[in-house]
Design a protein around this ligand. Sequence first.
Ligand SMILES: Nc1nc2c(ncn2[C@@H]2O[C@H](COP(=O)(O)OP(=O)(O)OP(=O)(O)O)[C@@H](O)[C@H]2O)c(=O)[nH]1
Ligand SMILES: [Mg+2]
Length: 467
Amino acid sequence: MIVDTIAAISTAPGMGAIGIIRVSGSQTIPICLHFLYPSTNQTINQEYIESNNRKMVYSEFKSKDKLIDKIVYVFFKGPNSFTGEDLVEFHFHGNGILLKQALNEIFTKGARPAEPGEFTKRAYLNGKLNLPEAEAIGRLIHSRSQFELELAQKNFFGEISKLSSRLRSELVGIKAECEAEIDFSTEDLTFESLEERRGRISKIRTICDSLLSKAARTETMIGRSKVVLFGEPNVGKSSLMNVILGRERSIISDRPGTTRDFISEDLNLKGVPIQLIDTAGIRETEDEIERKGIEQSMRESSSANLRLFLIDTSKPWDFSNYLDKNDKYLAGTILLANKIDIADKSWSTESIRLKLKALDLKSNVEILEISCKTGQGIPELIQIMEEKISDSGQSEEYILLEDRQKYHFQMISESLSRADDLMLSSAPAEIVVKEIDEAVRQVGTILGFVSNEEVLGRIFSTFCVGK
Ligand SMILES: Nc1nc2c(ncn2[C@@H]2O[C@H](COP(=O)(O)OP(=O)(O)OP(=O)(O)O)[C@@H](O)[C@H]2O)c(=O)[nH]1
Ligand SMILES: [Mg+2]
């Protein structure tokens, strides 16, 4: 039984209509009795607090006759609280200084500062949440996009726990079969064939492996996607940056070499956070500063999730030659034929398409005519960007795994692979069972069958104080 009492500000820093201090542990009621003066004629005592269990009560919050704030509070009698212990939430006015003042008063009356994630850790230790759910709370709070939030919600509502429980019961079944075979090998019983068992094991391995690859895909989606605008000077990269952002961020001029550094701005497309980067136009130059900018452009563009390569259709160029010259930049890009409002008569999308085909680039190049001046093609461009970036397809294709969970799924897969090798080489069942047992242990760890204080400390310390 945890006896000490913790307290922390649970709302985000900054000003707000309300700011909540949460207190949990055995001193919760004495702390309430010390500070609360409900504006009824009733005297406050333990019975009063407990009879108002889970109700919002209006009260003065006073320390030594000094009125700190008029608040509402909710008392939750353990075990029916978030942490499973007696818990109170004091809803103050949302001023950081006021909240700190009140919190310091609370610290003098038997509570200590909560560690990061300690409320959630207590909830877990008291059986209120399982570990994957507790971890999902951390994600829920920190989600930066709709996409990430939805996946965190799925985990919070039990996705990982259900999945792991299913895997665990499968693995326990296999282990039981193996053990029965060892124990009753001298008796005339039929057990599943080697092939059947290998099939069952391989099915679980496939599930783990596919989870891991889905999780990897999800991570790239969640990480801020980088979209880079690049191409020769004066083709309209900065103009496009401004059009997409809807404001004048980059300097535009008809002088080639206007942008010398790279300019980065954050935006959100369909809930996916994006870093949009405008770069220095690529060309041969004697100017050292410009050359540095160009090198930077190349670096940015090679690490981008989506590359938009701009060309200027207003030039009377031989575009075929132009593409030959630039073919190393083209693979996997969207080729934006800009300034289509003043396109030269030599411009033809069809011939460019044919040329691109002939270049035999490793990955597809899409081509889109746009004008930063008239806005032609811009909605289509945004739509293509959204599709490419948030290409979420079926949400079943994505899953959020915390590093810890990934590690254990990986370990399960490896144990099962070793078990399979052992079975193939007709190793004794006793040895095979050890690997299966290890897989059972690993999946148990995902579910939170962990007693190690250090492991738990690590998991919850990534939370913020007050959670
Ligand atoms: N008519 C027309 N002019 C455009 C269009 N897009 C850009 N321009 C003009 O083209 C010139 C160059 O535009 P920028 O956006 O500065 O080009 P940039 O690619 O950023 O150039 P650097 O920074 O020098 O590499 C400016 O004078 C723009 O007004 C367009 O779609 N139509
Ligand atoms: Mg520019």
